[in-house]
Write a new protein. Structure first.
Length: 370
C-alpha cells in the first residue's frame, strides 16, 4: 500500500516557530537528502531555499522528491520551473549542480545552515570550507564524522550534549540510531560488558543492481547483484556507538547482511550484561522506556524514538515508521541469566531522515534563531 507521506503530528505541532525561520539548504539530494527535505519542509523553524545535487538536474530532483517507490507520493507538489529552480506548492527553491560546494553562493542566498547529505564529506577538513569560505554558520551531516570536534548525535540519547562549539554535527547513521536507544536502556539498567550486533539491512545505492564493477565501495560483495543475494558486509554502527557511550569503546562489534529488499531492516543485538536478568525484566525495561515521560518517547524537540511491539509484525509493517527503533518483544531471549538477545526493527530511510531533519531544527532553534 502506497500512501502520501506527510510528517506525523510530532513534526508539525511542536513549540511555536521562531518569528523568522532559519534559511537552510541541502547538499546531496539522494535518498536521505530528499526524505530529510520532505520532513524539514514542514518544519516552520526551517526555510529551505536551495538544493545542490551533482547528478540529474533540477527536473530529476523535483520528480524524485515528489514520487518515491517505497515511501509514496509526497503530499506537496514539486515541479521543475527552470534548470536552476524547482517549485514546491508555488514556492521557489533554487538549484545548482556543483561538485565543489564552495562554488555555490550560499552566502548570497542567506543560507545559515546546510544539511550535507552527500555521504562524501566525512572529515572536518572537507567540511570546514562551508564555514570558512561559504559563510555558512552550521553544518548537519547525514553520516558519522569520527573526529573529536564533531558531535555525532543520536537524538534521544546524547542530543543534550549539543552546544555552541559543535558547528559541525552529525545524525550518526541509521543503524546507530537503531541500536543506541536499546543500548542506552540495557546499559543503564543491566551494564553491558560486551556485545555483538548483526543488522539485516536492505539494499542501498552503494550496491550493484546486477553483477558489475562497483565504483562506490571496495567491498567485492557489493559488486554482486543486490536484488538476488544475501551479502555479508561491514557496518560501523557497533563501533560508532562508542561515540555516544564512550565507556563501551572496544566492547561492541558487528556485521551487516544486505538483503534483496528495498526497505525496513532489523537488527539482532546480543549482549553479555553485568547481572542476571529475565526476558520479562528486559521487556519491561524496554516497554517503560518507550512510554510517555521517557527521553525516548515523543518530546517537544523530537518524535518518538523507541517503540515496543508485542504483535507478530513483519518488515513491511514498519515502512514509513518514523521511530528510530522498535523492539520486537516476542523475540527477546535470555540465556544463562546474563546473555541477552534483542531484535529491533527500523525503517532505515524514514526514521533516520526524520532524525536528521529534527537535528537540523534543534541546531536552528538553539544556535541560529533570532
Amino acid at each position: 500500500r502506497r500512501v502520501a507521506l506527510r510528517p506525523p503530528p510530532s513534526a508539525r505541532d511542536l513549540a511555536p516557530a521562531a518569528e523568522m525561520p532559519v534559511k537552510c539548504a541541502v547538499n546531496g539530494f539522494g535518498r536521505i537528502g530528499r526524505l530529510s527535505f520532505r520532513f524539514a519542509w514542514d518544519m516552520p523553524e526551517l526555510e529551505i531555499v536551495h538544493i545542490n545535487e551533482i547528478t540529474g538536474g533540477a527536473e530529476t530532483a523535483a520528480y524524485l522528491v515528489q514520487y518515491d517507490s517505497v515511501h509514496g507520493t509526497w503530499g506537496h507538489s514539486a515541479t521543475c520551473t527552470s534548470p536552476t529552480s524547482i517549485s514546491i506548492d508555488g514556492k521557489s527553491v533554487t538549484f545548482s549542480d556543483k561538485a565543489d560546494f564552495t562554488q555555490v553562493d550560499w552566502k548570497a542566498m542567506g543560507v545559515e545552515l546546510v544539511l550535507d547529505c552527500t555521504g562524501k564529506f566525512l572529515k572536518v577538513k572537507d567540511l570546514q570550507p562551508y564555514l570558512d569560505v561559504c559563510g555558512v554558520k552550521r553544518v548537519v551531516v547525514s553520516a558519522p564524522v569520527k573526529e573529536p570536534s564533531v558531535l555525532n548525535v543520536v537524538v534521544g540519547c546524547n542530543d543534550h550534549l549539543l552546544d555552541d562549539k559543535h558547528v559541525i554535527c552529525t545524525a550518526a547513521s541509521c543503524t546507530t540510531n537503531c541500536i543506541a536507544p536499546i543500548i542506552k536502556v540495557i546499559h543503564e539498567q543491566l551494564t553491558i560488558e560486551k556485545g555483538m550486533i548483526t543488522t539485516v539491512h536492505n539494499i542501498t545505492g552503494t550496491q550493484s543492481l546486477v553483477d558489475m564493477v562497483n565504483d562506490k565501495k571496495s567491498d567485492l560483495r557489493r559488486a554482486r547483484s543486490g536484488m538476488l543475494n544475501l551479502a555479508p558486509t561491514s557496518t560501523g554502527s557497533a563501533t560508532a556507538v562508542a561515540e555516544v557511550f564512550p565507556e563501551l569503546k572496544g566492547k561492541l562489534n558487528g556485521h551487516a547482511i544486505r538483503v534483496p529488499m528495498l526497505n525496513s531492516s532489523i537488527t539482532d543485538m546480543v549482549f553479555i550484561v553485568g547481572r542476571d536478568t529475565t526476558v520479562d525484566e528486559v521487556n519491561a525495561m524496554l516497554k517503560q522506556a518507550s512510554e510517555p515521560g521517557s527521553d525516548l518517547a515523543e518530546t517537544p524537540e523530537h518524535g518518538a524514538i523507541l517503540g515496543y511491539e508485542t504483535k507478530p509484525l513483519v518488515s513491511t509493517d514498519y515502512v514509513n515508521d518514523t521511530r528510530s527503533t522498535i523492539v520486537d518483544a516476542p523475540s527477546t531471549m535470555v540465556v544463562m541469566g546474563n546473555m541477552v538477545k534483542i531484535y529491533a526493527w527500523y525503517d532505515n530511510e524514514i526514521g533516520y531522515s526524520m532524525r536528521t531533519a529534527e537535528l537540523a531544527r534543534m541546531v536552528a532553534k538553539k544556535f541560529l534563531a533570532a
